[in-house]
Ligand binder design. Structure first.
Ligand SMILES: [Zn+2]
Length: 290
């Protein structure tokens, strides 16, 4: 590929522009413009902090590498429910619910997720959407190969009212919305939250309600987290889930699996068939973490 070459006369023009650009009055003016621009648009890389770009090419490439191949992560999350509803018990029998992640929650991917979730960097959601899409396609393909032919409902973990008010946006909902708009969901999958009030999926969507949010989970051990999340959700009064509806629970970050367990519990109690979960990224068990 030939590199683009500037024409010979450009050197003179560029020199002149440089001279203009370096004038103190012009500097003040451009600083003001940049300042104003940064008010309107994020101007540093969400991962490494490089200025004037929302995600630099190096970090974007690191994110792509970290999410190029979805991974199965259920072995690292001790609070996940059993794979099959009828085995639901605390005896630890049976395999855990299968969980597919876009990548491991570490390095660049962890910083990007944090920036997106907690620092209002909704402008960098696109690579996270891609990671979630990859994980969704992988999980659904697995189910189809296992003979599942039904429409699969994608049930996002509901945003807690407290978090919504604090952040002002629903990070997971935005990711799913984006995938719907771009037509990037796997075939025959419906995002439950997004269908509105028509039919089963709409009911299912609005059915999950947090019951006065549990305390913040940061810093809690896995047993505490489990206790903290258990029984915090319920079906809203008057809502139903069609028995046998095939569901995948969707969340942004998998840590212990307690939140996914709680959503699964409510859905199964209502007669849905929860066959797995999909997350953007999964933390690693302490022993394997870097
Ligand atoms: Zn960067």
């Amino acid at each position: 590929m030939n590199a683009f070459r500037f024409p010979p006369w450009w050197r003179g023009v560029a020199g002149h522009l440089d001279a203009v650009r370096m004038r103190p009055d012009v500097q003040t003016f451009t600083d003001a413009i940049v300042g104003f621009w940064s008010l309107l648009f994020p101007t540093e890389c969400a991962v490494c902090g490089r200025l004037l770009i929302s995600l630099c090419p190096e970090c974007l490439s690191a994110i792509r590498q970290a999410t190029v191949r979805p991974v199965r992560v259920e072995r690292g999350a001790p609070a996940l429910p059993p794979a099959l509803g009828e085995l639901e018990s605390s005896t630890g029998l049976g395999d855990p619910l299968p969980v597919t992640a876009g990548g491991h929650y570490r390095s660049a991917l962890a910083r990007l997720v944090l920036a997106y979730k907690n620092h209002h960097r909704t402008d960098v959601g696109r690579p996270l959407q891609a990671a979630l899409a990859g994980a969704l396609h992988s999980a659904v393909e697995g189910l189809r190969q296992g003979g599942e032919t039904a429409v699969i409902l994608l049930v996002p973990v509901p945003a807690k009212g407290v978090s919504l008010r604090r952040r002002g946006y629903d990070p997971l909902g935005l990711l799913l919305d984006g995938l719907v708009r771009r037509g990037e969901l796997p075939a025959d999958c419906l995002p439950a939250r997004l269908v509105g009030h028509r039919g089963v999926t709409g009911r299912l969507a609005s059915a999950l309600a947090g019951r006065g949010g549990p305390q913040h989970q940061k810093g809690l051990g896995s047993a505490q987290r489990r206790a903290n999340v258990r029984f915090t959700m319920s079906l809203r009064r008057g809502r139903r889930v069609i028995p046998g509806a095939v569901c995948l629970v969707v969340d942004d970050v998998l840590t212990t699996g307690a939140t996914i367990a709680e959503v699964t519990r409510v859905l199964r109690l209502a007669g849905a068939e929860v066959t797995g979960a999909v997350v953007v990224a999964a933390t690693e068990p302490p022993s394997r973490a870097e």
